[in-house]
Write a new protein. Sequence first.
Length: 113
Amino acid sequence: MKVLITKRFEKEYLKKLTKYLSKNDLVKILNNKSHILISLHDPFFKFKNKINLVDFRWVIAIIENEVIVPLYVYLKKGKKNGENVSWKNQQDLIEIEFDLNTKDIENWNYEIY
């Protein structure tokens, strides 16, 4: 699968987490086939992983030709107490991030790995 990283994602999320992971780490994580992807609402999925004892939560979209587009990522400790990523409680954020990432894709503001 290819990983498509938009400028929006890089600026809003990846830049804030650079002390935990690099862009290469991100690509390796997203290409890792051992993740259990939990469907939120087609084409959106969530999964979790751990890097060097740091827990991450991810929301991704899988679009045409099996291209993975990360929408957002956050640290497990960064979530509000008891809040989980679900379609019901995160629908607005997921749709907004998808729209903003789609605009980047339409404007060719992305990199493919």
